[in-house]
Design a protein around this ligand. Structure first.
Ligand code: ATP
Ligand code: MG
Length: 326
């Protein structure tokens, strides 16, 4: 498939049940060839049914899909891993406060042409992606600067045309251009205090997303199966399965403790995976816990975290660690 503007239309279909392992008889459009920008397939990936069906509607019906949820729950990688299985080229742009309007749209640059210095407009990622069969993911959508968000507003419209003012050009989106976003908040700002730097989004902005899908913490057994899939070394341990279940149970305690205001650092699914990876590296559950999570916590909260550790793993977190800094 030529990544440039001419063809780039899906030329086959895949069974959602076979390709993604979720319970559905759907067949969705896909590309038969793997090309540049198609993400690598992660065989250990476990798809959440509802979020995946929402993302698939994004690809097959050209819906604008926003996936919202706590950090490390799999929002960005869900979209990428669906694209990987549809052979759909996919590019991620992180909208944290550093991305400017010029980064997105493009700017004039001085280039050498036939030995001469000339000024030439260099397209930014947005016009580049819009003209190609590419799925563009705006990560941390709720951290985008207002000037950047207004640029995006236009392409969220139904026809999604984009005017390159500097070039007096109107760009029509490629038929296989797709737009997704991920966010930790729903655009009402950092209500729970976890997501510093997120903005209150203009409601007209949120309104333009056709589908808002929530991906929060999965059921403990689903999270445990992800940890086991991601860190096969855990299954080689005699206590492997029981240990992973206890680690997921501890993560749940930190999440409830956060909601209750007892702790200010939650253990995300990403952190549970990291803890398991560190266990494999250091062959020491407590040490790995300290390095993956405890050291990210406020010293004043170490004793309550030690209590969670005792409740979930049934053993004491050594007093030197538990009372560090008191
Ligand atoms: N369902 C899953 N199956 C396998 N691995 C997963 C799954 N969900 C998350 N992970 C792993 O957890 C990590 C975090 O996932 P991801 O980056 O997608 O989270 P996120 O929700 O986008 O987080 P953030 O809000 O911080 O951007 C990744 O390493 C990913 O591989
Ligand atoms: Mg993400």
């Amino acid at each position: 498939m030529d990544m440039n503007t001419d063809h780039g239309l899906p030329d086959t279909t895949v069974s959602v049940r076979q390709a993604l392992g979720i319970d559905s008889d759907l067949r969705v459009p896909a590309f038969s060839e793997r090309t540049e920008h198609v993400p690598a397939i992660d065989e250990a990936y476990r798809f959440d049914r509802d979020v995946t069906l929402a993302i698939l509607a994004g690809f097959s019906q050209n819906r604008r899909v926003l996936v919202q949820g706590y950090h490390g729950t799999g929002k960005s990688t869900h979209i990428e891993q669906v694209a990987a299985r549809l052979n759909w080229p996919c590019v991620r742009v992180n909208l944290d406060g550093h991305i400017s309007r010029l980064d997105l749209v493009g700017r004039d640059a001085i280039v050498m042409k036939d030995g001469q210095q000339v000024t030439e407009f260099q397209e930014g990622i947005l016009p580049w992606a819009l003209q190609r069969p590419v799925a563009l993911i705006f990560d941390e959508f709720d951290a985008g600067r207002p000037d950047v968000m207004f640029v995006i507003q236009r392409i969220l419209e139904r026809d999604g045309k984009f005017t390159l003012l500097d070039q007096n050009r109107v760009i029509n989106p490629h038929a296989s251009f797709r737009l997704f976003a991920t966010a930790n908040t729903i655009g009402l700002g950092n209500l729970n205090g976890l997501y510093h730097g997120t903005q209150v989004l203009n409601q007209a902005q949120i309104d333009r997303w056709n589908i808002v899908s929530k991906l929060n913490y999965l059921a403990p057994e689903a999270e445990a199966s992800i940890v086991n899939a991601r860190v096969p070394a855990m299954q080689e341990r005699a206590d492997g399965q029981a240990l992973v279940n206890s680690m997921v149970a501890l993560a749940a305690l930190t999440r409830d403790g956060f909601i209750a205001g007892d702790v200010s650092t939650v253990m995300s699914p990403r952190t549970v995976i990291t803890w398991a990876e560190n266990i494999a590296i250091f062959d020491d559950v407590t040490k790995a816990f300290e390095l993956s999570y405890l050291n990210k916590c406020d010293d004043a909260e170490h004793s309550i975290v030690a209590e969670y550790y005792q409740r979930a793993l049934g053993e004491e977190l050594s007093s030197s660690i538990a009372h560090h800094g008191e």
